[in-house]
Design a protein around this ligand. Structure first.
Ligand code: BDR
Ligand code: CA
Length: 323
């Protein structure tokens, strides 16, 4: 497929073990072209997630500029990075990035996002698998981008479809919880948003055997195996699953296989204060209530369920294809 026919993707990310999985999944997709990787705080500080994005793109020959973005949430204080999930270095503390020092490309992630979208009207999908701060900043810098993007696909939120609630708190998913004001800004902007939240991603489990098979198949699978030993262990203890959740991969899979997802339409708001801070709530279209904070906001799509096995299979096929 010629590059001009491919879907252009800005990958906004906080690598992060499942972010690394998603980036390698994207590399394997012939119908997608990465226009930029933009980084933000989340699984580690921005300096670390940027270094990791640079390391991953260079090690796996992904030809794309990496732009560093926000280092803190819009309004609230930055909480501690979850080293117990992704390691101090964000990639499982196996020493992958030790002594790796390459500078990101010039410019702030939010500015570059705006430029790329304006230069390619109707062609760019933002795939955001991290706190939504860069997207909110981009909207503030130029609200006009809302009508120019093709789609905004997010790994974020937990909408209690199928009873699934939070992972950062009992009601809040981590990416939304890390910057609830940014998430509310992104969900209430007048642009298309599809959210693939914990409702779906927590059912997309690559088993220990899946990971072992991929590890014996080539460098990408071996690398993912190495960095995900502690991650898998955490999921085994915390979620009682024999493997780990492919959160960010599931959102990436939506770009190439949307038929795997069942979506619900309705306005989405995010709680920005109090004990439920970071909770994401969808008011389904057609449900009638009294006046509420959801009124006047355009509908967004939220994945309620999906073909979980199909998503895991797509991931395995992608990583295998990288050799
Ligand atoms: C999300 O939070 C991060 O820790 C993961 O990379 C994923 O994007 C899951 O809640
Ligand atoms: Ca992530």
């Amino acid at each position: 497929m010629a590059d001009t026919e491919k879907n252009l993707v800005i990958f906004d990310t906080d690598p992060g073990i499942d972010d690394a999985m998603a980036l390698l999944f994207l590399k394997a997709q012939p119908s997608l072209k990465l226009a930029a990787v933009t980084t933000v705080f989340g699984n580690a500080e921005t300096e670390v997630t940027t270094r990791n994005a640079l390391y991953l793109t260079q090690r796996f020959g992904i030809d794309v500029p990496v732009y560093a973005g926000a280092t803190r949430p819009l309004t609230i204080e930055r909480g501690p990075a979850p080293a117990f999930i992704h390691g101090e270095d964000g990639l499982g503390d196996v020493g992958a990035t030790q002594s790796f020092a390459v500078r990101p490309a010039e410019g702030h992630a939010a500015d570059r996002m705006v430029e790329i979208i304006k230069a390619n009207p109707g062609r760019v999908t933002i795939l955001a698998v991290a706190p939504l701060t860069n997207l909110a900043l981009a909207l503030d810098r130029d609200p006009g981008i809302a009508s120019l993007v093709k789609d905004v696909v997010i790994m974020g939120g937990a909408f209690a479809w199928g009873g699934r609630r939070g992972n950062a708190t009992p009601v809040a998913e981590a990416n939304v919880h890390n910057d609830p004001h940014a998430a509310d800004r992104v969900f209430t902007a007048d642009w298309p948003v599809t959210a693939i939240g914990l409702d779906v991603t927590s059912h997309c489990v690559a088993t220990h055997d899946d990971a072992a098979q991929l590890a014996s198949g080539g460098e990408a699978g071996r690398f993912l195996w190495d960095i995900s030993r502690g991650y898998e262990d955490l999921y085994r203890r915390r979620n009682q699953v024999d493997g780990c959740c492919l959160h960010d991969v599931a959102a990436a899979a939506y770009l190439v296989a949307p038929e795997l997802f069942a979506l619900r339409s309705g306005a989405v708001r995010v709680v920005t204060e109090g004990i439920a801070i970071g909770q994401s709530i969808q008011k389904l279209d057609g449900h009638i209530f009294g006046p509420s904070a959801w009124d006047g906001h355009s509908s967004k799509l939220v994945a309620g369920e999906a073909d979980y096995a199909g998503i895991v299979e797509a991931y395995k096929t992608a990583i295998r294809s990288l050799g």
